[in-house]
Design a binder for this molecule. Structure first.
Ligand SMILES: [Fe+2]
Length: 385
C-alpha cells in the first residue's frame, strides 16, 4: 500500500464530503416543505457519514490502487471523487476571493454577562439541550456587533440612521426563554432608529414559543419603525399568530412586496422578500429602483438581482454564518444557491450593499466557530465610489 494510494483515498473522501455539502446547501435553498426537508437532511447526513464506510467495503477493506480497482464504473467513481477533492478546494477559494466583501469599522462584544457561568440555564430538556452544552459549541454565547458603514448613494437625510438587525431567532426549547430574556436585556438600552427582523422568528410549538417571542420584542425599543419579514421556518407552521404578535407590538410586516416608510421627513422605499417560501417572486421586483431602497430578504440569494436593480441596502439571514466554521475551510452549512459566497457580514456590488446576519438561533443548536449574534448598524453617507 503505497503513499499514492493513501493520497488517492484521502482525495476520494474529501471529494465525497464536498459533494454532499454542495448538494445539501443547494437543496436547502429551495422552497421545500418541512417534512421533505427533514428527510433529505437525514439522507445527506447518513450519506456523509456512511458513504466512506460503503466505499471502504466496496474496496474490499483495502486502500485501493487507483489503477487496478474494479469494476470499471467504480474506478471511474473514485477518480471522479478524487478529482472533486483535488479541484474543489482551490476553485472554492478562488470563487470566494472574487466576492466583494467589506470590512467596515466594527467591534464585537459578548451580549450577556451571566451566561458563561451558567450555560445550563439557557437550555431545554432533551438531546438538543445536551448538544448545546458540548465543549466548543457557541450556541449559548451570543455577541453584539457594532458597525459603522459608509454607503455610497445613501440619502443625506438617512446619514447616521441606526438599525438593529436581528435574524433567525428560531425560538424553541433550546436556547430557551431565559436565553432570550438575557439577550433582550443586552439589547434593551440600544434604542435604534429601526429594528429589522429578517425571518425564522418562531419555531413550531404553539403559544409557549410565541410568548417567548413577545417577551423578547417587548423589551426592545425603536425610534422610527420596526420592520419584519418571515422565513422558511415561519412558513412551516401557521403564520397568523406571529403576524398578529408583530402587529400588536407595532412592527410592520413587509411581506413579499414593495412599500414605503417615512423616516426623517424622507420617503424610503422598502422591499420585503419572503420568496421562495411565500408565493411567487413579485412582478415589481423586476423593475429598476428609482430611489435608494432598503430591502429585507430572508435569503441573501436575491442580492445579485438587487444589485442590478439599483442602489440600496439589503438585510438578510437564513444561512446562520455556516453554523460550523472550520479553520481554513470556512463555513460548512450554507443553504444558498450561491453556496458559501454570502456567509456573514458585509458585501457590496456597485452601490448595492448586503448585510448577512449570522442569526441568534438555529434549527439545531450546533454552532462551532460561529457565535450567534445581533448587529447594530450605523449608516453613513459616503461620496467615495
Ligand atoms: Fe434560519
Amino acid at each position: 500500500m503505497g503513499l499514492d494510494a493513501w493520497i488517492f483515498g484521502i482525495l476520494v473522501l474529501l471529494g465525497h464530503s464536498l459533494l454532499v455539502i454542495f448538494l445539501h446547501n443547494r437543496f436547502y435553498s429551495l422552497a421545500v416543505d418541512h417534512k421533505t426537508t427533514d428527510r433529505i437532511q437525514l439522507v445527506h447526513f447518513l450519506w456523509l457519514c456512511l458513504g466512506p464506510i460503503a466505499l471502504w467495503f466496496l474496496w474490499s477493506g483495502q486502500v485501493p490502487s487507483p489503477q487496478t480497482t474494479d469494476p470499471e464504473w467504480f474506478r471511474a467513481l473514485l477518480w471522479g471523487l478524487a478529482a472533486v477533492g483535488l479541484i474543489g478546494p482551490p476553485l472554492d477559494i478562488y470563487l470566494r476571493s472574487k466576492r466583494r466583501q467589506m470590512t467596515p469599522d466594527s467591534s464585537c462584544s459578548p451580549l450577556q454577562t451571566t451566561q458563561a457561568n451558567h450555560p445550563s440555564v439557557y437550555v431545554g430538556p432533551g438531546i438538543w439541550g445536551r448538544i448545546a452544552q458540548l465543549p466548543g459549541n457557541r450556541s449559548l454565547y451570543p455577541v453584539l456587533e457594532l458597525s459603522e458603514v459608509p454607503l455610497v448613494g445613501l440619502p443625506l437625510a438617512l446619514d447616521g440612521l441606526t438599525i438593529l438587525h436581528l435574524s433567525d431567532l428560531h425560538i424553541k426549547k433550546t436556547p430557551n426563554s431565559y436565553f432570550f430574556e438575557s439577550v433582550a436585556e443586552g439589547l434593551a438600552t440600544l434604542e435604534p432608529d429601526l429594528i429589522c427582523l429578517t425571518g425564522d422568528l418562531v419555531e413550531k410549538g404553539g403559544m409557549a414559543h410565541a410568548e417567548v417571542f413577545r417577551s423578547f420584542l417587548m423589551r426592545l425599543r425603536f425610534r422610527e419603525a420596526g420592520l419584519a419579514i418571515l422565513g422558511n421556518h415561519d412558513f412551516w407552521h401557521p403564520t397568523q399568530p406571529t403576524l398578529n404578535l408583530l402587529k400588536d407590538l407595532g412592527y410592520q410586516h413587509l411581506g413579499n412586496k414593495r412599500s414605503t416608510l417615512r423616516i426623517r421627513d424622507t420617503n424610503v422605499s422598502l422591499w420585503g422578500l419572503e420568496y421562495p417560501w411565500n408565493s411567487e417572486l413579485p412582478e415589481g421586483w423586476k423593475q429598476p429602483f428609482e430611489e435608494w431602497t432598503l430591502c429585507l430578504s430572508h435569503t441573501p440569494d436575491h442580492f445579485s438581482r438587487f444589485a442590478r436593480l439599483g442602489k440600496g441596502l439589503m438585510l438578510a439571514g437564513h444561512v446562520h454564518g455556516g453554523q460550523i466554521r472550520l479553520p481554513l475551510f470556512g463555513p460548512v452549512i450554507m443553504p444558498s444557491v450561491h453556496g458559501r459566497t454570502f456567509d456573514q457580514g458585509w458585501f457590496r456590488r456597485k452601490n448595492a450593499y448586503l448585510h448577512v446576519s449570522q442569526g441568534l438561533g438555529g434549527g439545531h443548536p450546533i454552532r462551532f466557530g460561529c457565535s450567534p449574534g445581533a448587529s447594530l448598524i450605523t449608516l453613513k453617507a459616503s461620496k467615495e465610489t
